[in-house]
Design a protein around this ligand. Structure first.
Ligand SMILES: [Zn+2]
Length: 339
């Protein structure tokens, strides 16, 4: 049975009327309850990540800074990242949620989805940014590597923003293949995530960015992901899979200029299930509440083997810009993955 890792405690990361606010998780939980999906999944409470868990990813000074910042009342850490007095504790709980999901996948050979906040993929070793305090996914990965001796990890991140924190943390690591599809960084935060950022040293070739043109559709995404995901995954041959989930590439999302439809979320779950078998899913962004409510139902249904659409039935309507993007990726990554 699919597991959902969730706690009401996440509401205590009180960001007021910030786009990344409590209502996001409320609407997800309510939609799963209304559609009677809540009783068809295993809902599990997370436990906070320990200091050792955090220290495998973050510097002691970063952890100490956040703790003191929250103890002294919180506020804006930077232009767009808010912390409440409780946020240090709740950020540890969000990281613990990612660990719990990873553990569940390992022990049960089932999928597990951590819906936590604050999100994590912009947080670097040294700093919080982009609504993120600690890097939940990286903390779960290092936990698996340290505690369960798992060797090779594939991360696929489809939040509309490039996950600069996750990318940077594993940038020289040949055992972590980070693939991110996101909006062209020239027109979206955080301004990084170009094709040429391929990793460094032994990690060269293990950071694969797919920067998509503005207004890319579900067809554009399917076209390019069909050409990249499977060949890269099969060459890399990971022992464990993370799916970093964002709903902010949806056409109705206020923070991006992309044009994904609800169908994409079902497609990507089925695609990743074919590739990975089982995976750990981690919630990042998504700021339209209706989209969060509808598309999370799509995700859980797809995890529970309910399939509605045939994605390959009609010919894909693909933009020339998307084809160009693939050709550029092909030029750079053919030596590594034979695209
Ligand atoms: Zn995002």
């Amino acid at each position: 049975m699919t597991a959902l890792i969730y706690s009401d405690e996440y509401m205590k990361h009180n960001t007021g009327n910030h786009p990344e606010n409590q209502e996001r998780l409320n609407v997800i939980v309510n939609s799963l309850k209304n559609k009677e999906i809540w009783n068809k999944i295993d809902v599990i409470s997370p436990e906070p990540a320990t200091e050792d868990d955090l220290l495998r990813v973050h510097s002691p000074s970063h952890i100490e800074y956040i703790k003191k910042f929250c103890d002294s009342g919180g506020g804006y850490i930077d232009y767009d990242t808010f912390a409440a007095p409780e946020s240090y504790e709740i950020a540890k709980l969000a990281a613990g949620g990612a660990i719990k999901a990873a553990d569940f996948v390992l022990k049960n050979s089932e999928n597990a989805y951590s819906i936590a906040r604050p999100p994590g993929h912009h947080a670097t070793r040294e700093k919080s940014m982009g609504f993120c305090i600690f890097n939940n996914l990286a903390i779960a990965l290092e936990y698996l590597r340290n505690t369960h001796k798992i060797k090779k990890f594939l991360i696929f991140d489809f939040d509309v923003h490039f996950g600069n924190g996750t990318s940077e943390i594993f940038y020289s690591d040949p055992d972590v293949l980070y693939i991110s599809i996101h909006q062209n960084p020239r027109t979206l935060y955080p301004g990084k995530g170009f094709i040429e950022e391929i990793g460094t040293g032994k990690g060269e070739g293990y950071n694969l960015n797919i920067p998509m043109p503005e207004r890319s559709t579900t067809d554009d995404y399917i076209y390019i992901l069909e050409k990249i995901l499977e060949p890269a995954a099969s060459k890399f041959n990971a022992d464990f899979y993370f799916l970093d989930v964002g709903f902010d590439g949806h056409v109705d999302d206020p923070l991006s200029s992309m044009a994904l439809t609800d169908k994409y979320y079902e497609y990507i779950i089925n695609k990743m299930k074919n590739i990975a078998g089982f995976m750990s899913l981690i919630l990042e962004g998504g700021y339209n509440l209706d989209v969060l409510s509808r598309c999370n139902v799509k995700i859980i249904n797809a995890l529970n083997n309910i399939k509605n659409e045939d994605y390959y039935k009609n010919e894909l309507n693909v933009s020339e810009n998307t084809k160009d993007t693939f050709n550029k990726i092909k030029d750079v990554f053919s030596p590594f993955y034979g695209f």
